[in-house]
Design a protein around this ligand. Structure first.
Ligand code: FES
Ligand code: FES
Length: 134
């Protein structure tokens, strides 16, 4: 199957590959999701500042080119966004930007799920750490 130029660009030059310390409960949120259909796994992390804005994001994806491109794209998109804005990212926007074919739509859903999981994880841990330090 032919990948679009944008998928190839992100696949060959993935942005923001890496990870943050997941034990940093006050600023880091980690989302780990898997696609049962193909076995691909995506880990996406956000670093949130005191104002509730995502300052940085990193990912590690074990999977196909479209999954890698989707996670790379999403780490670029979430930077500078609030948590609520990040939750509004839709897999359809990712699929459209990367021109994903129908069989690869689930790769973009994985990226949407990963960012949602990262925000949820951040909120859970952050709320807990605020409670214990106050
Ligand atoms: Fe082969 Fe996703 S189906 S890596
Ligand atoms: Fe399964 Fe891409 S083929 S995530």
């Amino acid at each position: 199957m032919a990948y679009s130029d944008k998928v190839l660009d992100h696949y060959e030059n993935p942005r923001n590959v890496g990870s943050f310390d997941k034990n940093d409960t006050s600023t880091v949120g980690t989302g780990m999701v898997g696609a049962p259909a193909c076995g691909d796994v995506m880990k996406l992390q956000i670093k949130v500042n005191a104002a509730g804005v995502i300052e940085d994001a990193k990912f590690k994806t074990y999977g196909c080119g479209s999954a890698i491109a989707s996670s790379s794209l999403v780490t670029e998109w979430v930077k500078g966004k609030t948590l609520d804005e990040a939750l509004n990212i839709k897999n359809t926007q990712i699929a459209e930007e990367l021109a994903l074919p129908p069989v690869k739509i689930h790769c973009s859903i994985l990226a949407e799920d990963a960012i949602k999981a990262a925000v949820e994880d951040y909120r859970k841990k952050h709320d807990a750490s605020v409670e214990t330090t106050n």
